[in-house]
Design a protein around this ligand. Sequence first.
Ligand code: SF4
Length: 52
Amino acid sequence: MTLPGVKCTVSNCKFWQQGERCNASAIEVNVDGGSSNAHASDQTNCHTFAPK
Ligand code: SF4
């Protein structure tokens, strides 16, 4: 079961599945540096990531 609506290209994550899908039960996304305000998408990232 993959997360509907989530597209991910991080293919070395243990939750990643073929077709740019994520099979984690939920994901946590944070701002780089610990702030709660991002100014651009490249300042955010998935903290559920775990290497394969
Ligand atoms: S946990 Fe995050 S990095 Fe890993 S596949 Fe899901 S969305 Fe991508």
